[in-house]
Design a protein around this ligand. Structure first.
Ligand SMILES: Cc1cc2nc3c(=O)[nH]c(=O)nc-3n(C[C@H](O)[C@H](O)[C@H](O)COP(=O)(O)OP(=O)(O)OC[C@H]3O[C@@H](n4cnc5c(N)ncnc54)[C@H](O)[C@@H]3O)c2cc1C
Length: 439
């Protein structure tokens, strides 16, 4: 059962995590253990699944394991947009009913998270700020017009802002136009993840810094290997995203793609005045290979761009140093008045893409469930899929669960290396070139 698995090894430069107050020491699991339910991976999927299992099965024990600290993985190092609308391939598709299902699922995630944030006083900058999608060039403007048309078809509001109106909001005249959609939530992802962890129900326990090395089914029970022992569980739910393939499951179906972010220190009062915009907003690029910006309530600027194919799921210090310089260029192009403002942190995070833009959700083997491959926008979808996976595994049924099953499927097979690497790198380069004006 013990396999040689690549384990998560995220860099220690995630600004969202590093600016939190010191966290309590982790409590890794030592030795053998038994639990009714085991969840592996504590990102948005695994955290939601753990909570829901514990709610639905109050007399059962639920254990969550993560190889790292909670919020140290991708779920704590993203840009913090909880997006209600279908994204990228999901918005472009022809099937309106399918798109409405995505909206229903994403909004159910937002309602649930909002209730948890409110009930538990989770301090994570939760904000109904909505989302700006900004276009720099004519190419970007054409994308925005197309998106506005697609939103109209869905009966969803989308307000076009011209460059002047946008400048008042974001303090930069770099963009020609932006499409504003009001239903997106902004938040501090590491603070949200740590808050969700701290408020899990009493029958759920989480062991951080406890990597899983393999699993097998014997006599109807799952035996899960850690570095120091074996955990026996009746049912296992996987929230391990790309690392699912390391456990021998859904192999050669997910593309490991890393994207990167940098965070400044908070602006001083004088810098904020020179900046000339308001705080608490988020902007994604009209052209997807462009730059995402967040300006937080505590007046930090967060810049995200660049994609890399990462078969080892990690990036080097040298790579992040190059990315840092590209983020500087993006920041200074938009805010020459902030040219002296340093980045305090630059980090990367692994996302999964599938070539048919399809996520996996459901039972992989008897008593073994997974939800993964949310194509780079897994905050809302990861949350609702984790919740619904727990409901399915507990024998539940609902319209929302059926919607999730209908919009999910099997990520298509991908070619083996080295063909995969060559193909993906070429595609990323082409996308980068086509959207160079938006970066
Ligand atoms: C820079 C950046 C910006 C992004 N911005 C956004 C955004 O604004 N909005 C949005 O919706 N999405 C965004 N994303 C994508 C989003 O963060 C992911 O889709 C989402 O976090 C996926 O959640 P998950 O729970 O499926 O997986 P993950 O967050 O990857 O969680 C998997 C967990 O499993 C653990 N694990 C893996 N293997 C093992 C093992 N063997 N044993 C134990 N534990 C294991 C890992 O440590 C990790 O904590 C962004 C991503 C990045 C990198």
């Amino acid at each position: 059962m013990k396999r040689t698995v690549k384990l998560p090894a995220d860099d220690r430069r995630n600004g969202w995590y590093e600016i939190l107050p010191a966290q309590p020491e982790s409590q890794p699991l030592v030795g053998d253990a038994t639990t009714d339910w085991l969840v592996i991976g504590g990102g948005f999927v695994g955290m939601a699944a753990t909570r829901r299992l514990a709610e639905l099965n109050p007399n059962d024990s639920v254990m969550l394991l993560d190889a790292q600290r909670i919020a140290h993985g991708t779920s704590g190092r993203n840009s913090g947009f909880v997006i209600d609308l279908p994204h990228k391939g999901d918005l472009e598709g022809p099937d309106i009913e399918r798109k409405k299902k995505f909206i229903g699922l994403n909004r159910a995630a937002i309602r649930w998270l909002e209730q948890l944030v409110t009930d538990n006083n989770i301090d994570c900058q939760w904000s109904h700020a909505g989302k700006l999608q900004g276009a720099v060039s004519e190419r970007g403007v054409k994308f925005l017009q197309h998106f506005q048309f697609l939103l109209k078809e869905l009966g969803e509001p989308g307000q076009m802002l011209d460059g002047a109106a946008l400048k008042q909001k974001i303090g930069s005249d770099y963009y020609q136009q932006a499409l504003y959609t009001p239903g997106c939530i902004l938040m501090q992802p590491a603070a949200l993840m740590r808050g969700l962890l701290a408020t899990l129900p009493d029958n759920a326990v989480c062991h951080e810094d406890t990597p899983v090395l393999g699993l097998e089914q014997r006599n109807g029970l799952w035996r899960v290997q850690t570095k120091t022992g074996v955990i026996t569980a009746k049912k296992v739910l996987l929230g391990t995203n790309i690392f699912t393939e390391q456990l021998g499951l859904l192999k050669s179906r997910m593309l490991p793609i890393m994207t990167f972010a940098s965070m400044t220190r908070p602006l001083s009062d004088a810098e904020f005045k020179a900046f000339g915009g308001s705080d608490d907003w988020g902007l994604t690029p009209a052209d997807y290979a462009g730059t995402t910006l967040r300006f937080t309530r505590d007046r930090r600027m967060v810049v995200r761009n660049q994609y890399r194919f990462v078969p080892d799921y990690s990036s080097s210090d040298a790579e992040r140093a190059r990315i840092h310089d590209q983020h500087r260029q993006a920041l200074e192009a938009r805010y020459p008045q902030l040219a002296q403002l340093p980045f305090e942190y630059t980090w990367g995070g692994v996302c999964t893409l599938s070539s048919n833009y399809t996520s996996f959700f459901g039972e992989l083997k008897p008593g073994l469930y997974a939800s993964c491959c949310h194509n780079g926008v897994g905050v809302a979808r990861g949350t609702i899929s984790g919740k619904l996976l727990a409901e399915q595994a507990s024998g539940g049924d609902s319209l929302l669960l059926r919607d999730m099953q209908q919009v999910s499927g099997m990520p298509a097979r991908i070619p083996p290396q080295p063909f995969l690497g060559i193909g993906v790198k070429a595609r990323l380069k082409m996308a980068e070139w086509a959207s160079r004006s938006e970066v």
